[in-house]
Design a protein around this ligand. Structure first.
Ligand SMILES: *Cc1c(COP(=O)(O)O)cnc(C)c1O
Length: 344
């Protein structure tokens, strides 16, 4: 998959924010995001268990593509559940999955996004437990998935340690930053630093049209304790325990909860969680593109947007994970280009 992914000193971005910013380039992985770290690990487990069929859910399509890729490699049939809304807004990824030989099943329940795709995948899994392995794409779902996915993604912080030592002379940063959907790229980014109190953790969740509005996916900020897809988490729900449909411009962050690990990091205060709204993420994506020549995924742009909200010192070392590349989001970016104020 092209590991280790580079740790890249973003010179012009650093100048703009008056600090030292290093980008962990998961966007440069084969298939274009961090999801492949997890899919390759889980398919090896599936093989070892003698499973004959793979299923997966996907939001933006990155996890579907990563899973379809490892299925082609391992010669296993693959079915990917994807919300019908996401099938539309992420069509190039749908085409990639089909090219790789996967069957893509559009899901038309709920608001036809990630939660609904996950529901459908769990239904399939429950009906075919003997021969089917469900490759979950994030640190969500029933145990042991959140733990297993976090461990498989922990390669990100394992590499950051070595790379930071080489580049800065110490193996820890002052800040770690990542976006959170289900939480897997963030879990991988912080995994080997969780008990290191010298390192501050800042996570960006999708504010959508604003945390106060009814169009948001900021589940850590507004969620209450509940159970979804087999884990007890902070959840966007009504008083009756019905899910409130999340909203984000980014298909990969459009989930009404976040993994149990992140809920714990939030509740214990280990991580600071800040929302980034749609417009802030769009602007941050154009900013990175024009300053560094890197088109980030819309999800990753939420982490970049949060750079605006933190006061750094000039000698701070900030490591921010760019979870994926932006090719899949070009239609969205170009349709909003006129709203961006280009003062950079
Ligand atoms: C799936 C995805 C995310 C969100 O998932 P996490 O499990 O929170 O990492 C973020 N960025 C990209 C590029 C993705 O594909």
């Amino acid at each position: 998959m092209g590991r280790p992914s580079p740790l890249y000193f973003a010179k012009r971005l650093s100048e703009r924010y008056g600090t030292r910013i290093y980008l962990k380039r998961e966007d440069l992985n084969h298939t274009g995001a961090h999801k492949i770290n997890n899919s390759i690990g889980q398919i090896l487990i599936a093989k070892k268990m003698g499973k004959q069929r793979i299923i997966a859910e996907t939001g933006a399509g990155q996890h579907g593509v990563a899973t379809a890729t490892v299925c082609a490699l391992m010669n296993l049939p693959c079915t990917v559940y994807m919300g019908a809304t996401d099938v539309k807004r992420q069509h190039t990824n749908v085409e990639r999955m089909k090219m790789l030989g996967a069957e893509v099943v559009p899901v038309t329940s709920g608001n036809m996004t990630l939660k609904d795709a996950t529901n459908e995948a769990i239904r399939d899994w429950c009906c075919h437990p003997a021969e089917t392995f469900y490759i979950i794409g994030s640190t969500v779902g029933p145990h042991p998935y959140p733990d297993m996915v976090a461990r498989l993604q922990s390669i990100i912080s394992e590499e950051i340690k070595v790379q930071l030592q080489e580049k800065t002379g110490r193996d820890y940063p002052d800040y770690l930053m990542a976006c959170v959907g289900g939480g897997s790229n963030a879990a991988g980014t912080v995994y080997h630093y969780i008990d290191d109190s010298r390192v501050k953790i800042i996570l960006a969740e999708a504010g959508g049209m604003g945390v106060e509005s009814d169009k948001t996916a900021a589940s850590l900020e507004i969620g209450t304790t509940g159970i979804l897809h087999g884990s007890r988490i902070k959840l966007m729900q009504t008083d009756d325990g019905q899910i409130i449909e999340p909203y984000s411009i980014s298909a990969g962050l459009d989930y009404p909860g976040t993994g149990p690990i992140h809920c714990n990091l939030y509740e214990t205060g280990r991580a600071q969680v800040l929302p980034a709204n749609d417009d802030e993420a769009l602007r941050a994506a154009f900013l990175l593109t024009r300053l560094e020549g890197i088109i980030p995924a819309l999800e990753s742009a939420h982490a970049l947007a949060v750079l605006e909200k933190v006061k750094f010192r000039p000698d701070d070392v900030v490591v921010l994970t760019v979870s994926g590349r932006g090719d899949k989001d070009l239609d969205t970016y170009l349709s909003h280009k006129d709203e961006i104020k280009f003062d950079f």
